[in-house]
Design a protein around this ligand. Structure first.
Ligand code: SAM
Length: 219
């Protein structure tokens, strides 16, 4: 199979099981108009995040890396009445665009975007209000920092998802010393070694090429 067939199957699965959603598609169109790179999760992965929020009955979700709000809209829509999603974004323009997209998707009441570098914002969060699901999708160099905060801010049983853990297979090339790849690998090793996590990871192929995500439970 080639990348084209992966992408064709991914589009088929998205057409069959995800369908079309005007607000999500408008968010992506606005992201494209703003000339942001299309580094949001694929539609099938957005729906996976949505389902994970529902399956875990999460009431409070933390996202690190908002971009234009695509994954945030997916997850916010899965929240029950009174639920809350907090998403951290370092780029002010991205945060502003995400705010508009999230309001247009009519989930603005349950989403708070915190602008700033996640390593600075995370220590300001109120630990007495824990998160049931944490989605880590920002600068990969900081994955271990974010995992540490996820463990501090999430109770036993919480779900932690880390995106982009395969990166075209580069993660398994131990000679590849790129800082992002090293960060991904350090995150996976932390998921293995830190007693606060039990984790696995899956490779994915599709419209976003070859990548993967790690899923952990807080233990
Ligand atoms: N989760 C988004 C989605 O699927 O729609 C995609 C997020 S994109 C892959 C990563 C985002 O993280 C970018 O918008 C980038 O500006 C942001 N980012 C990078 N470094 C960051 C940091 N140190 N703190 C907070 N956000 C950061």
């Amino acid at each position: 199979a080639t990348r084209d067939t992966w992408a064709a199957v991914d589009r088929y699965l998205a057409e069959t099981l995800v369908g079309h959603d005007p607000a999500l598609e408008a968010a992506l169109a606005a992201q494209e108009r703003a000339e942001l790179r299309p580094i949001e999760v694929a539609p099938v992965a957005g729906k996976l995040l949505h389902l994970l929020v529902r399956i875990s009955r999460a009431r409070r979700v933390l996202e690190i890396g908002t971009l234009a709000g695509y994954s945030a809209i997916w997850m916010a829509r899965a929240l029950p009445e009174g639920g809350r999603l907090i998403s951290i974004e370092a780029e002010p323009d991205n945060a502003a665009l995400a705010r508009r997209n999230i309001d247009a998707a009519e989930v603005g009441d349950r989403v708070q975007i915190l602008e700033g570098r996640a390593a600075d914002v995370l220590p300001t969060l109120d630990a007495s209000e824990p998160f049931d699901l944490v989605f880590i999708d920002a600068d990969k160099e900081s994955n271990t920092v974010y995992l540490d905060w996820a463990a501090r801010l999430a109770p036993v049983g919480a779900v932690i998802v880390v995106d982009n853990v395969v990166r075209d297979g580069r993660v398994a090339d131990l000679g590849d010393e790129d800082a992002q790849i090293a960060g991904v690998r350090a995150g996976l090793e932390m998921l293995r070694d830190d007693p606060r996590f039990d984790a696995t990871a899956l490779q994915t192929v599709g419209v976003k090429g070859w990548d993967g995500l790690a899923i952990a439970v807080r233990v």
